[in-house]
Design a protein around this ligand. Structure first.
Ligand SMILES: [Zn+2]
Length: 121
Protein backbone atom coordinates (compact mmCIF):
# COMPACT_ATOMS: atom_id res chain seq x y z
CA UNK A 1 0.00 0.00 0.00
CA UNK A 2 1.15 3.51 -0.80
CA UNK A 3 2.11 5.64 2.16
CA UNK A 4 -0.44 8.36 1.49
CA UNK A 5 -3.21 5.77 1.20
CA UNK A 6 -2.31 4.47 4.66
CA UNK A 7 -2.40 8.04 5.89
CA UNK A 8 -5.81 8.57 4.30
CA UNK A 9 -7.16 5.39 5.91
CA UNK A 10 -5.82 6.50 9.28
CA UNK A 11 -7.55 9.85 8.82
CA UNK A 12 -10.85 8.16 8.00
CA UNK A 13 -10.57 5.91 11.05
CA UNK A 14 -9.90 8.93 13.25
CA UNK A 15 -13.04 10.50 11.77
CA UNK A 16 -15.11 7.51 12.92
CA UNK A 17 -14.72 4.98 10.12
CA UNK A 18 -13.81 1.38 10.95
CA UNK A 19 -11.42 -1.01 9.24
CA UNK A 20 -12.99 -4.06 7.65
CA UNK A 21 -11.68 -7.43 6.48
CA UNK A 22 -12.78 -6.63 2.92
CA UNK A 23 -10.49 -5.47 0.16
CA UNK A 24 -11.22 -3.32 -2.87
CA UNK A 25 -12.04 -5.43 -5.96
CA UNK A 26 -10.22 -2.90 -8.14
CA UNK A 27 -6.94 -2.35 -6.27
CA UNK A 28 -6.88 -4.67 -3.27
CA UNK A 29 -6.68 -1.92 -0.66
CA UNK A 30 -8.34 -2.65 2.69
CA UNK A 31 -11.81 -1.09 2.77
CA UNK A 32 -13.07 1.06 5.62
CA UNK A 33 -16.69 1.29 6.67
CA UNK A 34 -17.78 4.91 6.85
CA UNK A 35 -20.13 6.17 9.54
CA UNK A 36 -22.86 6.11 6.89
CA UNK A 37 -22.36 2.33 6.63
CA UNK A 38 -20.80 2.52 3.19
CA UNK A 39 -17.58 0.72 2.34
CA UNK A 40 -14.92 3.05 1.00
CA UNK A 41 -11.63 2.55 -0.82
CA UNK A 42 -9.16 5.27 0.17
CA UNK A 43 -6.99 4.47 -2.83
CA UNK A 44 -9.69 4.66 -5.53
CA UNK A 45 -11.48 7.37 -3.51
CA UNK A 46 -14.87 5.84 -4.07
CA UNK A 47 -17.44 3.80 -2.21
CA UNK A 48 -17.55 0.09 -2.91
CA UNK A 49 -20.70 -2.01 -2.81
CA UNK A 50 -20.15 -5.62 -1.84
CA UNK A 51 -22.42 -8.01 -3.68
CA UNK A 52 -22.57 -11.78 -3.83
CA UNK A 53 -25.06 -12.33 -6.64
CA UNK A 54 -26.40 -10.62 -9.78
CA UNK A 55 -29.62 -9.99 -7.92
CA UNK A 56 -27.77 -8.24 -5.12
CA UNK A 57 -25.85 -6.18 -7.64
CA UNK A 58 -29.11 -5.04 -9.21
CA UNK A 59 -30.56 -4.30 -5.80
CA UNK A 60 -27.51 -2.28 -4.81
CA UNK A 61 -27.81 -0.21 -7.97
CA UNK A 62 -31.45 0.45 -7.28
CA UNK A 63 -30.68 1.59 -3.77
CA UNK A 64 -28.11 4.04 -5.08
CA UNK A 65 -30.64 5.38 -7.57
CA UNK A 66 -33.33 5.60 -4.94
CA UNK A 67 -30.95 7.49 -2.72
CA UNK A 68 -30.65 10.12 -5.42
CA UNK A 69 -34.43 10.39 -5.63
CA UNK A 70 -34.53 10.68 -1.87
CA UNK A 71 -32.08 13.58 -2.02
CA UNK A 72 -34.25 15.38 -4.60
CA UNK A 73 -37.32 14.91 -2.41
CA UNK A 74 -35.41 16.17 0.61
CA UNK A 75 -34.41 19.32 -1.26
CA UNK A 76 -38.03 19.84 -2.35
CA UNK A 77 -39.26 19.53 1.23
CA UNK A 78 -36.74 22.15 2.33
CA UNK A 79 -37.73 24.41 -0.53
CA UNK A 80 -41.44 24.14 0.33
CA UNK A 81 -40.64 24.70 3.99
CA UNK A 82 -38.84 27.93 3.22
CA UNK A 83 -41.76 29.17 1.11
CA UNK A 84 -44.24 28.70 3.96
CA UNK A 85 -43.31 31.97 5.60
CA UNK A 86 -44.67 34.18 2.86
CA UNK A 87 -47.90 32.26 2.26
CA UNK A 88 -51.40 33.03 3.43
CA UNK A 89 -53.12 30.48 5.66
CA UNK A 90 -55.21 29.07 2.81
CA UNK A 91 -52.24 28.71 0.49
CA UNK A 92 -50.38 27.04 3.28
CA UNK A 93 -52.77 24.11 3.45
CA UNK A 94 -51.96 23.00 -0.09
CA UNK A 95 -48.30 23.46 0.62
CA UNK A 96 -48.42 21.41 3.78
CA UNK A 97 -50.32 18.68 1.96
CA UNK A 98 -47.54 18.47 -0.61
CA UNK A 99 -44.92 18.46 2.12
CA UNK A 100 -46.73 15.69 3.94
CA UNK A 101 -46.83 13.57 0.78
CA UNK A 102 -43.17 14.18 0.10
CA UNK A 103 -42.27 13.33 3.69
CA UNK A 104 -44.18 10.04 3.36
CA UNK A 105 -42.20 9.09 0.28
CA UNK A 106 -38.99 10.27 1.88
CA UNK A 107 -39.63 8.09 4.89
CA UNK A 108 -40.38 5.05 2.72
CA UNK A 109 -37.23 5.60 0.69
CA UNK A 110 -35.25 5.81 3.92
CA UNK A 111 -36.56 2.41 4.94
CA UNK A 112 -35.53 0.86 1.62
CA UNK A 113 -32.06 2.20 2.25
CA UNK A 114 -31.82 0.73 5.74
CA UNK A 115 -33.20 -2.70 4.86
CA UNK A 116 -30.87 -3.17 1.94
CA UNK A 117 -27.89 -1.88 3.89
CA UNK A 118 -28.58 -4.60 6.42
CA UNK A 119 -28.92 -7.24 3.74
CA UNK A 120 -25.65 -6.39 2.06
CA UNK A 121 -23.53 -5.99 5.17
ZN1 LIG B 1 -9.52 0.55 -4.67
Amino acid sequence: MEKDVVKKIAQLVRAGATLTSYTCPACGTVLVRLKTGELYCANCERTVVLVKTEEEAQQALEVIELREVRKIIFDKILQLGKELERLSASEMIDHLRSMSLLLDIYERLSRVHVETAKATS
